[in-house]
Design a protein around this ligand. Structure first.
Ligand code: ADP
Ligand code: MG
Length: 293
């Protein structure tokens, strides 16, 4: 049976905006030694701003952005919303005849009868689209890059950038003080962006350019190498990382940005998306433990 004190702890956490789905997860928070984070929407705001548009010949800035926004019309990825917002004009559904999301890569769509790809360098490589970064006018290594190709030919790229959440650095520092031995970020974004975020937040380890299945493998490897009593916490926004939430000892989802599937799969939900609520939850777990045992 679950000691009564846990109910008090779960209630206190819920009043602080943290939904804990059972006393066992509250107790597990006392043993977290590895804190693993997704980047976009978890440690960063997930709100991208366009910082540069670099069309290839045959495109203008406007037509490149329009093509990307049309490709992203039906996507719930934070990148998609940002590109639609940057384009600003209304998008006509009938222009998009087909659409599919390639997880960890981007979008493939049929727009006005043409095959459009919008996504990262991995997507371009996978679809054998030649592009020469050196030819680009802009500093491609300074942000997240959305490359666009139309009917097999490179159409240019859009540089976008996101910011870290206000409380993210403080959260990482507090977790270390609370006994977390390793803080790790797993991201599908490029290495330059990932490393910049890692430095800004003081993360111990950063792994970039990962596909969703690589994130799951990283958790499995960590699980296999750790002591049983040490717990792995994973925090994600639920876009592509629902399987990872289930693999961690304690899976935490962001409730605001997060998908319904993630909220369902998570053991703990942070309602207002502030990572620092984790620290509050661990404090509550510690207090509950003193009351219970
Ligand atoms: P993260 O690990 O940062 O949460 P994801 O696994 O969701 O990222 O995506 C990894 C990468 O795949 C993104 O950084 C982006 O380059 C690309 N990508 C994913 N979805 C899209 C999309 N809808 N449009 C463009 N690029 C995308
Ligand atoms: Mg994500």
């Amino acid at each position: 049976s679950i000691p009564l004190g846990f109910f008090g702890g779960i209630g206190a956490a819920s009043r602080s905006g943290v939904l804990i789905k059972g006393g066992n997860y509250l107790e597990a928070l006392n043993h977290v030694k590895y804190a693993v984070f997704d980047k976009t929407g978890t440690l960063t705001k997930g709100v991208f701003h366009v910082t540069g548009i670099y069309p290839a010949e045959a495109f203008t800035k406007e037509s490149l952005l329009e093509t990307a926004a049309l490709a992203e019309m039906h996507s719930t990825h934070p990148i998609a919303a940002s590109l639609r917002e940057a384009y600003g004009n209304e998008l006509q559904t009938e222009r998009v005849q087909q659409y599919s999301e390639i997880s960890g890569h981007g979008i493939q769509a049929q727009i006005d009868g043409r095959l459009v790809l919008a996504g990262n360098a991995k997507l371009m490589e996978r679809e054998h689209i030649a592009f020469n970064v050196a030819q680009q006018a802009g500093p491609l290594d300074e942000g997240t890059v959305v490359h666009v190709a139309v009917d097999g030919t490179y159409a240019g790229c859009i540089l976008i950038s996101d910011e870290v959440k206000e409380d993210a650095a403080k959260t990482i520092a507090s977790l270390k003080k609370l006994g977390v031995v390793k803080t790790i970020m797993l991201t599908g974004d490029n290495r330059t962006v990932a490393e910049a975020v890692g430095r800004q937040l003081g993360l111990d380890e950063v792994r970039a350019e990962l596909l969703p299945q690589h994130k799951a493998e990283a958790i499995e490897q960590l699980s296999a190498s750790k002591k049983t009593s040490d717990k792995i916490l994973f925090v994600g926004d639920g876009i592509n990382d629902t399987p990872v939430l289930a693999l961690a000892d304690v899976g935490v989802a962001m409730g605001g940005l997060g998908s319904d599937a993630a909220i369902e799969a998570a053991d703990i939900v942070i309602m207002n998306d502030e990572p620092s609520r984790l620290v509050t939850a661990i404090h509550i777990a510690q207090r509950t433990r003193r009351i219970v045992w």
